[in-house]
Each structure stands twice: as structure tokens, then as C-alpha cells.
Design a protein around this ligand. Structure first.
Ligand SMILES: Cc1ncc(C[n+]2csc(CCOP(=O)(O)OP(=O)(O)O)c2C)c(N)n1
Ligand SMILES: [Mg+2]
Length: 515
């Protein structure tokens, strides 16, 4: 009996190294799901909402260095996952989305779930194709994986009318070659070296793969030799950091702090960042670009370039010696007493286990957590990149699937948690080593600050829109109802105990940190 299209699809994905699927299936994906039983090699993880599925695929790829495949149901299922696909696109994440859709011959009948699936896919995808026949589905899948792997990482969306999956005649395809990340031309490296030798106030904006330990060491060689300042964008896909690694500061979120940090800069040199730093929003009478208006923008490397190679070449061109060893700050002691930003940062820096993954959707709480944890045990820091909240729990879930044996610590603001809270269920079902810390301030705190920034004058109704009391959310109970044990901390002693408890056991744990 010949293979159907869905079987050729799964065979091809596995042959291309894509072996993890985050799924929320429907009728049009039944043949894909059935194929998973017949074709070995694909781990399938169920998410109870498409935002969990797409955010988990993002967290997975950031840590695994290869794409996961998502399985989504028709245009509306894809649409439910769009905002975390938006975050993934901002992180230049590799991903393959398989979206089941109406059978080709049923589409003209305009059945209820029929929608502009391609149109919705396009806004977040670098590659979109609708399969037309079972014989081609294998080749389509190989092309999608090739696109996903292409530097700096692409979201590839393959839409599969259900007859292309159930018809016989499927032909598995072999992996297509992935073009290597292009090298920066030597004359560009020389031009930037000449600029840096002038010694004028200059910042390097390092993004994506420039934020790993080795390229950061080269960036520090450059900084030590020339005095340039090193900055990362506010939200980043993945930063390798912690004690013994070279630090990098992020451009502050708060616009006044960002403008102050970048004051006096004469040159902005982009290393993988697609543009110079800009404010999250436009505010009346404030600038959009955060660097001074007369600063000149230069490009060392576009996002698709080989960024580690570009930084190494620039450091060599400058004849920069090996950077001095990273400063050895002292690791703080776990804090005692009241819960606040400083005490939380100190405890996390003290207690974070070796090789942890921090998934950061802390929003406004503890803006100092990042800098204080530079002295924590070495870890990866993955953060929400596109400002679309509801990414933290899914990112943590996907990272834990990618990295068994490593503890994932999810810093999660309470309002943001409620967008994709059902990701906890997936963590329980897969027994993932995730410690979720909910910052329970019971409000949309950041928006209270934004009210003033945009010059709005809030009344009772406006303030009510930022208040999460009445009724009060109980995150410990929510976790329990989805199979995740946990506890509530009202003091730092209680937090330290619960955090240690979570590290001493396998599987997920939730701490509601009350402030
Ligand atoms: C998808 C999406 N919807 C809405 C918003 C607007 N928004 C930004 S922050 C925020 C509330 C954040 O509250 P919380 O997560 O509790 O963090 P806190 O401000 O309390 O630190 C909202 C609704 C957004 N950024 N993204
Ligand atoms: Mg909050």
C-alpha cells in the first residue's frame, strides 16, 4: 500500500532533523496525527491553546538550535497562535508551521472554518506555501525546513488542504542544503575598524547569535581596545550569561532611561540588529529613535550574516588582544524579609542553579533582576521579544522540552500569565522541569505608568481596566487544577524555601510571589 501525503510529510520532517511537534489538532489534521503512529521518530506535545503551541515552538527552537513543527487547525487555529508567532519572528526563530485546511474541492463551498489562511500566515512568516497534491507534500515539507533553517532563522508556514494529506502517492523527500550564513565583506570590517579607531562615542548593538558567550568575548575585545559601548536590544531571543561570562546590558524599556543611557552617542554600529534602538511606543513630545538625532548609523552585519565571524574579524582587524577576564562580581546572599525588586533579584542570583534557563516575562517587576543575576551561576536568558504578552509560560514549556536535565525558571507577571495559563497543563503532562514564579501584584502595573507617559488623565473606569482584583486570582489553585504543585510566598524566606523545594524535585512547580 502506498504512503499517503501525511505520512510522507512526517517522514520528511524527521529525515530533515525536525523531530518535535507542538500540536493542537482538528478534523483537517487527523491524517497527520494518525501518521505519527505509523512513522517513528516524532515527539508530539499537546498544547491546549494555539498560543501555547506557537510560543512553545519558539522556546524550543531558541534552545535546541533547530526548528520544531507546529500542528494548527485551519485559519482560526493559526490566528490563535499569531501573537506568539509575532514574538518568534522578532526573535528570528526557526519554525515550521503545518496548518491543516479545507480539502481543495471543499473550499469553494465556503464552510464555516474556511478563512484567508495564507493571508493570516503571511504577516508572521518568511515563507508560505499551500500544498496542492499528495505527491508534492514531501517536497513541500523539505522546502519549508530549508527555509526555516536559512539564516538568521525563518518561520515557514505550510498549509495543507486535507486531501493532500489523505490521498495516496506521498513521496518522502530528502533534506535540502541550507545556505551558510553569509560572511561580512572584508572591506566593511575595515571601514568599521577605521571608524572605531577614531575613538568617538560609539555603541555596538549586538543581536541574536551575537549574544552567545564566544561572540560576546570578541565584542569585549573590541570594547577594551576602542572604548565602544556594547548594548543588546531590550528583549532578546537568547543571551548566554552569568558568572565567568562577558556581560551585556540591554537598552532600557523606560524611554527616559533609554535616552539617558544612549546620550552623547555619535555612532551606532549594528551587529545583527536590523535597526538602531527605537522606543516601544511613540509618546507625545518624545523621540522615536533612542540614540541622539545626529548619531550616524553604520552596519557591520545584517541579521542574516555570520555574526560571531563578523565580531571575530573586527576584533582581529583592530589587533585587539584577548579580552581581560570578565569581572568577578560577588554572588549575593539569598534575601530575607520583605518582597521587593531588590530582594527578589538577590535571592534569584544566589539560588539560580547551574545551567538554568530563565524565561523572562516579568514585565514591570524587578527591572534590576537582569543586572543582578550577571553574577549568578552561568545560564541562558530567553525573553519576550515582540512585546506581545502571553509568551512566558509557552517559552518556558518549549525550552524545557528542548533541554531535558536543565531547570527552566519562568519569571512571569500575573496579567501576562493569564493569557496562556493552560501551558501549565502541558508542563504537568510532559513532567517538565519548570519553576514558574508568578509576580502577583494583581494589576497591570506597567500600564499605570504608561497612562502618565501618554498624558492621559485616568478616572475610576480607566483605573479599573488595570486592576486584577475583584475577583482575586489564585495561581496556586490554578496550578493545582492543572497538575502543577506549588505554594504562595509572602516573605523572601518563604520564597527561598519554595524555590529550593522546586529544584529538589522533578517536574513543574509554581510559586505565587505576593507583593
Ligand atoms: C498581546 C498583548 N495584549 C495586550 C498588551 C498590552 N499590555 C502590555 S503590558 C499589559 C499588562 C501587563 O500586566 P502584568 O503582566 O501583570 O505585568 P505588570 O505590569 O503588572 O508588571 C498589557 C495588557 C500587550 N502588550 N500584548
Ligand atoms: Mg501584574
Amino acid at each position: 500500500m502506498s504512503m499517503n501525503g501525511a505520512e510522507s510529510l512526517v517522514h520528511t520532517l524527521v529525515a530533515c532533523g525536525v523531530d518535535t511537534c507542538f500540536a493542537n489538532p482538528g478534523t483537517s489534521e487527523m491524517h497527520f496525527v494518525a501518521a505519527l503512529d505509523r512513522v517513528p521518530g516524532m515527539r508530539c506535545v499537546l498544547g491546549l491553546f494555539e498560543g501555547v503551541v506557537t510560543g512553545a515552538a519558539d522556546g524550543y527552537a531558541r534552545m535546541a538550535g533547530k526548528p520544531a513543527v507546529t500542528l494548527l487547525h485551519c485559519g482560526p487555529g493559526l490566528a490563535n497562535g499569531l501573537s506568539n508567532l509575532h514574538n518568534a519572528r522578532r526573535a528570528t526563530t526557526m519554525m515550521v508551521n503545518c496548518v491543516g485546511d479545507q480539502a481543495t474541492w471543499h473550499r469553494p463551498f465556503d464552510a464555516p472554518l474556511t478563512a484567508d489562511t495564507e493571508g493570516w500566515a503571511r504577516g508572521v512568516s518568511g515563507w508560505v506555501r499551500t500544498a496542492s497534491q499528495a505527491e508534492q507534500v514531501g517536497a513541500d515539507a523539505a522546502a519549508a525546513v530549508q527555509a526555516a533553517f536559512t539564516s538568521p532563522g525563518t518561520i515557514a508556514t505550510l498549509i495543507l488542504p486535507s486531501d493532500t494529506c489523505w490521498n495516496p502517492g506521498g513521496v518522502p523527500a530528502t533534506p535540502l542544503p541550507v545556505p551558510p550564513a553569509p560572511l561580512v565583506a572584508p572591506h566593511i570590517v575595515q571601514q568599521i575598524a577605521t571608524l572605531l579607531r577614531r575613538g568617538e562615542p560609539t555603541m555596538l548593538v549586538l543581536a541574536t547569535s551575537a549574544l552567545r558567550a564566544a561572540p560576546l568575548a570578541d565584542a569585549h575585545r573590541i570594547a577594551a581596545a576602542t572604548g565602544v559601548k556594547l548594548w543588546a536590544p531590550t528583549g532578546n531571543g537568547r543571551i548566554e550569561r552569568g558568572a565567568g561570562r562577558y556581560p551585556i546590558e540591554r537598552v532600557p524599556y523606560v524611554i527616559e532611561a533609554a535616552v539617558a543611557a544612549l546620550a552623547g552617542i555619535k555612532h551606532v554600529v549594528l551587529v545583527g540588529a536590523p535597526k538602531p534602538p527605537v522606543g516601544f511606543f511613540g509618546y507625545p513630545d518624545k523621540l522615536s529613535c533612542l540614540a541622539p538625532p545626529d548619531a550616524v548609523v553604520h552596519v557591520l552585519a545584517r541579521p542574516e550574516h555570520d555574526l560571531p565571524a563578523a565580531l571575530a574579524a573586527l576584533a582581529d582587524e583592530l589587533g585587539a588582544p584577548a579580552a581581560p577576564p570578565p569581572p568577578r562580581g560577588t554572588r549575593p546572599e539569598p534575601a530575607r524579609g520583605a518582597v521587593n525588586g531588590d530582594s527578589f533579584a538577590a535571592s534569584l542570583a544566589a539560588l539560580l542553579p547551574e545551567n538554568a534557563i530563565v524565561a523572562d516575562e516579568s514585565v514591570s517587576f524587578g527591572r534590576m533582576t537582569y543586572s543582578v543575576t550577571q553574577n549568578a551561576a552561568p545560564h541562558d536568558w530567553i525573553a519576550i521579544t515582540g512585546g506581545a504578552i502571553g509568551d512566558g509560560i509557552p517559552l518556558a514549556t518549549g525550552a524545557a522540552v528542548a533541554c531535558p536535565g536543565r531547570r527552566v525558571v519562568n519569571l512571569e507577571a500575573d496579567g501576562s500569565a493569564m493569557y496562556t495559563i493552560q501551558g501549565l497543563w502541558t508542563q504537568a503532562r510532559e513532567n517538565l522541569d519548570v519553576t514558574t514564579i508568578i509576580f502577583a501584584n494583581h494589576k497591570y502595573a506597567i500600564l499605570l505608568g504608561e497612562l502618565a507617559n501618554v498624558g492621559a488623565n485616568p478616572g475610576r473606569t480607566a483605573l479599573d481596566m488595570m486592576d486584577l482584583r475583584r475577583p482575586e486570582l489564585d495561581f496556586v489553585k490554578m496550578g493545582e487544577s492543572m497538575g502543577v504543585a506549588g505554594g504562595r510566598a509572602e516573605t523572601m524566606e518563604q520564597f527561598n524555601d519554595l524555590f529550593a523545594q522546586s529544584l529538589g524535585r522533578r517536574g513543574p512547580f509554581l510559586i505565587e510571589l505576593v507583593m
